[in-house]
Every structure is written in structure tokens, then in C-alpha cells.
Design a binder for this molecule. Structure first.
Ligand code: NAP
Length: 332
């Protein structure tokens, strides 16, 4: 199995590489691709070093699996080339997620959808993956009809340059220097702002629309109602989400907690006495999405509402790990 990683120097690409290293994938089976900016650089891999190559039409000869995380434009330009060379593509960008015939897969939610692939599988948006891991187990037992979600999204969701910017800005603010945002439109240190994706006519931004549309596609439920508010916060990694659900039938918080305690990819952290609930520092680097603050939605007198708070490492389960799990499904 020869694997090409497109965007190997980026925040997601590096996480993919570190997961492959942990799994003991031999260096000879990897091709690391990025732009001309990084070509020739070496990155550590186990006790060896791998060279970054410039992405080109010839990059995919002999490749069985191509993992794309270099943005939508690169996926649109090169996914077909990789497929023509015989590789199966797993794409982290939003380029093909809603395309008919392209499975959009979270292995804990809709693994069977992978069977319909035609050489390309899409990895969902990171905020959506974290949302559906917490919602799907409840939906299976008591169909969820409506979701209201507010996100607190890490700066690394905007890539490696934005992470560096937060580190630099934090130092600048603490040492009294002026701050000049570049990777993101607003100051990220000691601030938060509405998600930096374009806002449509309806007032929802692209990230918020992705959460709604991708959830419907994966749940095979075009009727499910989703309203999201996406916000960036000065956290380096791990997206947090406040989620309110309305189910078809009444549900107790005890039942919801029991369901989530047995759900794959989820860890319940819900200590009301100790006031210990999910936090980014605890979810960072973890495979599981942490779920807590599980309680009856007090604004829904019908008893069908559940509220909760989740934290998930969006570079790991929200991108790299989900990609590797999809690859596992393909080979297994
Ligand atoms: N960050 C997240 O939490 C997250 C989660 C889920 C999905 N995603 C998606 O994953 C993709 C990558 O995100 P990221 O956060 O990893 O971004 P990033 O840190 O900015 O990395 C971008 C990568 O793409 C490469 N690249 C850029 N232009 C290229 C070109 N013309 N040819 C070849 N390679 C090029 C960069 O290489 P150079 O080093 O040469 O510039 C770098 O390796 C995006 O589609 C994003 O939406 C991100």
C-alpha cells in the first residue's frame, strides 16, 4: 500500500503523518507532497527523514491511497489525477462533500456508505464530525428532529499559519506590541469572532451551512433541522460545541447519558458534583470526543429536549484520525 499525503506540511497533514508513524507505517510507503514553497524540506519520521516533494500531475504514479488536505482548489485540481493514476482519494476539503456519488463518512455513524464510493471519499467538516459523534447515538434511539448548536472553534481549524499567528499575537499583546492579523481577518489573541467563512443572503456563514447540510447527508435525513452559530476562540486546538437537541419522543437526561456512555468515539465527562466537564485541554490529542453537561433542555416543556457540551480534537478526530479510519474501512 503506497500512500501519498497532499498538504503534508499543513496542520492536518502533519497530524496524519504522526498517526501513520504511531501505526508503524514504513517510510518507504509514503510520498509527502506540498507546494513549491516547501519542496525539498525534510520532516522527521520515526528515526528517518522524509523529503517534501512538489505536487504535480506525476505525483501519484504507483500510489494506492491519496490523502488530500491542501484546500478545495488543490483537491479540485488534483483528485481526478490521483484517481486516474489508480489511487483511491480521501479528501479533507469541502470540494466534493455534497456531491452525489461521493460518500461523506464518519465511521462511527455511516460506515456502510463507503461501499458506494467511486474512487473518492470525503471527510466531513471538522465541526460536523464532532457534532454528529455526540448526536448520532441519540438519533438512532430517538430520532432527532432539530439541532441548535453554537461552536467555540480552535484557531488551528484555520491551518498552521493561524496557529503561529495566535502564538505570536499572544506574545505581542502581553508585551505591549501592536497586533496585525494576517492569517485570519481579526485579532485572535484575547478575542473571539464570528467564523471567518463567507456569509450568505440568509445570514448564515459557510461553516454553519456545512454543519447543517453534511449532518443531513450523513444521517440520510433531509428533514432534520439544524441552526448553527460558529465562532472562533483563542484556543490552539480542539473545537467545543454547545448543543441543544429536540427528539421525536420525550427523553430523559439519564437515558441520554446512558446512550452516550456506550457510544463509540465518545467519552462521557459529566461530573456535576465536582463541576468537571469537557475542556479543550483534556480533549487535545485524544481520539474520543468528550461529552458532558448532559441535561434536560429547560426551554422545551415537552420533555423532548436535551442539552450538552462537547469538546473534540478537530485536527485528530475532526480530520486526520477520521481519514485514517476511512482508510481502515477501505482495506478491511
Ligand atoms: N485545520 C483543521 O482543523 C481542518 C479540519 C478538517 C479539515 N480541514 C481541511 O483540510 C485542508 C487543510 O487544512 P490545514 O488546516 O491543514 O491547512 P494548512 O495548515 O494551511 O496546510 C495547507 C497545506 O496545503 C499545502 N498547499 C497549499 N497550497 C498548495 C499548492 N498549491 N500545492 C500543493 N500543496 C499546497 C501546504 O503546503 P506548503 O507548506 O507548501 O504551503 C500545506 O501543506 C483544508 O481543506 C481544510 O479545510 C482542516
Amino acid at each position: 500500500m503506497h500512500i501519498a499525503i497532499v498538504g503534508a506540511t499543513g496542520a492536518v497533514g502533519r497530524e496524519i503523518l504522526s498517526l501513520l508513524e504511531q501505526r508503524g507505517v514504513p517510510a518507504e510507503e509514503l510520498t509527502l507532497l506540498a507546494s513549491v514553497r516547501s519542496a525539498g524540506r525534510e520532516v522527521a519520521y520515526g528515526d528517518t527523514k522524509l523529503q517534501i516533494l512538489e505536487l504535480s500531475d506525476a505525483s501519484f504514479r504507483g500510489t494506492d491511497l491519496a490523502l488530500f488536505s491542501a484546500g478545495s482548489d488543490i483537491s479540485q485540481a488534483f483528485a481526478g489525477t490521483a484517481q486516474d493514476a489508480g489511487a483511491v482519494v480521501i479528501d479533507n476539503s469541502s470540494a466534493f462533500r455534497l456531491h452525489h456519488g461521493v460518500p461523506l463518512v464518519v465511521p462511527e455513524v455511516n460506515p456502510d456508505d463507503i461501499r458506494d464510493h467511486h474512487g473518492l471519499i470525503a471527510n466531513p467538516n471538522c465541526s460536523t464530525i464532532i457534532l454528529v459523534l455526540a448526536v448520532w447515538p441519540i438519533h438512532r434511539v430517538n430520532p432527532v428532529r432539530r439541532i441548535v448548536v453554537s461552536t467555540y472553534q480552535a484557531i488551528s481549524g484555520a491551518g498552521a499559519a493561524a496557529m503561529e499567528e495566535l502564538r505570536g499575537q499572544t506574545r505581542d499583546v502581553l508585551e505591549g506590541r501592536p497586533v496585525q492579523p494576517r492569517a485570519l481577518p481579526h485579532r485572535s489573541a484575547f478575542n473571539l469572532f464570528s467564523h471567518d467563512s463567507p456569509v450568505g443572503q440568509d445570514g448564515y456563514n459557510q461553516e454553519e451551512r456545512k454543519m447543517a447540510e453534511e449532518t443531513r447527508k450523513m444521517f440520510h435525513d433531509p428533514a432534520i433541522l439544524v441552526s448553527a452559530t460558529c465562532v472562533r476562540v483563542p484556543v490552539l486546538r480542539v473545537h467545543s460545541e454547545s448543543i441543544h437537541l429536540s427528539c421525536e419522543r420525550p427523553i430523559t437526561d439519564t437515558h441520554a447519558r446512558e446512550i452516550l456512555a456506550g457510544a463509540p468515539g465518545v467519552k462521557v465527562v459529566d461530573d456535576r458534583c465536582g463541576n468537571v466537564f469537557p475542556m479543550p485541554v483534556d480533549a487535545s490529542g485524544q481520539d474520543d470526543v468528550l461529552v458532558g453537561r448532559i441535561r434536560r433542555d429547560a426551554s422545551d416543556p415537552s420533555g423532548r429536549g436535551i442539552a450538552m457540551f462537547v469538546c473534540g480534537d478537530q485536527l485528530r478526530k475532526g480530520a486526520a484520525l477520521n481519514t485514517i479510519q476511512i482508510a481502515d474501512l477501505l482495506s478491511g
